[in-house]
Design a protein around this ligand. Sequence first.
Ligand code: SF4
Length: 373
Amino acid sequence: MNTSYSSLNTFRSCPLKYKFQEIDRIKTPKGPEAFFGTLIHGTMKFIHQGGFLPPSEKDALNHFSSKWNSDVFDDPMQERAAFAQGVKIIQGYYRKFRPDEAKIVALESYFSVEIKDEKGVEHIISGSIDRIDKTEDGFEIIDYKTAKKMPSQELVENDLQLFIYLLALLKRYPEEQKNLKNIKLSLFFLHHQAKLTAVLDEKRIKEGKTLILDLIGEIEKSDFPAVINPLCDWCGYQKTCPMWKHKFKKEDVDSVKQEEVINEYIELYYKIKSNKKRFAEVKSKIDEIMENEEVEQLFSSQGSITKRYRKTFEYDEASLRRILGEKRWLSVLKLNESKLKKVAETLPSSQKKEIEKAKKLKKETFTLGVKSK
Ligand code: SF4
């Protein structure tokens, strides 16, 4: 397979979007977020490729505003906010860093790396690294991020993109294979002017390769389901996506009735949510009255309230295990799926796969998630 990190990532967030983009090759116009990201990346490149005399803050701001395209934005408020954010990022960068001090060896550098699967089939992953710096004892790979929220250090250490970039760097400088501890992999969050850095060892490189091959295997046998995810709001395929079909349905008699039901559900959802908070407040007041009156039952013109105690206990596991014996002990243990998920994240990929194989659908229920405008 010939792919890129961004395609693999698209598949991970929504296989159908991957299909639209990579297999059906349906083009979509660049949305405001993508435009902003590309322009900021371009400006960072402009700042650092200045040669002998790097551009001043004013030059960088001029570059940013000269490339601005108002047509991408439907909403003038959104446009103003995005422009102000861009200016803030550039000013913040100049306040914290001196562009002439960075020892940059490559900017927006294209790469392609090969990974062989167990059958000997070669897969090519290509892309572009935002920036590679030479450090005192090695290199630093830098990927600029325009996301406002910074992820945890753990996520950075397991970041597939940085791992692919490391493979690309090792292809370019094979002698660095012996110097892994001095190759920094950094995500640079421009809104915060802060970096999160990881360093990978041989074991992590092996795990990363397995992860990529697993993903490629999943793509090869996927039937590309649509998966609703936080990026849907910015997806250019909404009009073709079955999950968004209702939004673009032509108005008819049914849709007017449906609108009423949907709106009622949304209203009730928020009412129940705010009532829950109030309910907890009133409950604590009732408890206070009971304490003051030294009673466990209260009466009013509308009825009565009785306090009922529900106790939960903890047992000493070792004693219980000894008393019940191994067989009975196992039958009282209940599998906790969320704990299993957390433990599985720490396991090697082969064991993760075995856990996946051991999974059987027991029952399917649903909840209705609500998002108000
Ligand atoms: S709108 Fe969401 S679910 Fe539909 S294709 Fe795009 S990302 Fe996937």
